[in-house]
Design a protein around this ligand. Structure first.
Ligand SMILES: Cc1ncc(COP(=O)(O)OP(=O)(O)O)c(N)n1
Ligand SMILES: Cc1ncsc1CCOP(=O)(O)O
Ligand SMILES: [Mg+2]
Length: 195
C-alpha cells in the first residue's frame, strides 16, 4: 500500500502484482492525476490496483477495485459502484463491522491492525492471530486481507492463521532500502501468489 503513485514506478517493475493507492490530503487535480497514473502503470505491468476511499474518482477513471472503511461506507453509493462493475474490499475491526460488511457481499474483507501500526492512530488494539483465524472461519471463501504491523516474518504467521493476502506499508516505505525490502517480501510470499 502506497501513499503516492510515484511509488508504483519503483514497486511494479520488481513484480508486485497487487497494490493499493492510499492517498490522503492531495489536491483534487493531483489526486486524479495520481489515480490515473496508478491505473495506467498497473495495467502496463499486469498488476491489480485498489483505490482507497475515492470511489467516485475510481468510477470516473475506470478503475476496477476500491477499498472502503466503515466511515467510507456511510457516504459511498454501493449501487453505483456495483453498476460500474467495480469490486469492493471493506475494513473490519469487530463483529458488528464484519456483519455490516458481509451484508454488502464484498470481494474481500480486511482485518486490522493484526499487529500494532505506526501508520495511523487507531482506536483498535492489535487484533492478534487468533482473530485472523476467527475471521477466516466466519467469512469462508471471501478473501481475507490481514493488515497492520506486517513484516515478511509476520506475513508467514498471518498466512498460517488463515489470511489469504497480507498488506504492508511502513515496513517497506520507511525501510532505508525499499526496493531491497520489496524483493525480500516477494521472495518470502512467492508461494502465496496465484500462477
Ligand atoms: C487492505 C486495507 N485494510 C484496511 C484499510 C483501512 O481503511 P479505512 O478504515 O478506510 O482507513 P484509511 O485507510 O482510509 O485511513 C485499508 N485502506 N486497506
Ligand atoms: C490502514 C491500516 N488499517 C489497519 S492497519 C493500517 C496501517 C497499516 O500500515 P503498516 O503496515 O505500516 O502497519
Ligand atoms: Mg478509508
Amino acid at each position: 500500500m502506497f501513499d503516492h503513485a510515484d511509488w508504483l514506478e519503483r514497486a511494479l517493475p520488481l513484480g508486485v502484482k497487487l497494490v493499493q493507492l492510499r492517498i490522503k490530503d492531495a489536491a483534487p487535480s493531483d489526486l486524479t492525476a495520481q489515480l490515473a497514473k496508478g491505473r495506467d502503470l498497473c495495467a502496463a505491468h499486469g498488476a491489480q490496483l485498489v483505490v482507497n476511499d475515492y470511489w467516485q474518482q475510481a468510477i470516473d477513471l475506470g478503475c476496477d477495485y476500491i477499498h472502503l472503511g466503515q466511515e467510507d461506507l456511510d457516504e459511498a453509493d454501493i449501487a453505483a459502484i456495483r453498476r460500474a462493475g467495480i469490486r469492493i474490499g471493506i475494513s473490519t475491526h469487530d463483529r458488528a463491522e464484519l456483519d455490516r460488511a458481509l451484508a454488502l457481499e464484498p470481494d474481500y474483507i480486511a482485518l486490522g491492525p493484526v499487529w500494532p501500526t505506526i501508520l495511523k492512530k487507531m482506536k483498535w488494539h492489535e487484533q492478534g492471530l487468533d482473530r485472523v483465524s476467527e475471521w477466516k472461519r466466519l467469512i469462508g471463501d471471501i478473501p481475507l486481507i490481514a493488515i497492520g504491523g506486517m513484516t515478511p516474518e509476520r506475513a508467514g504467521l498471518a498466512f498460517g492463521a488463515g489470511a489469504d493476502v497480507v498488506s504492508a506499508v511502513t515496513d517497506i516505505t520507511l525501510n532505508p532500502d525499499p526496493e531491497g525490502r520489496l524483493r525480500l517480501w516477494l521472495d518470502e510470499t512467492a508461494a502465496k501468489v496465484p500462477a
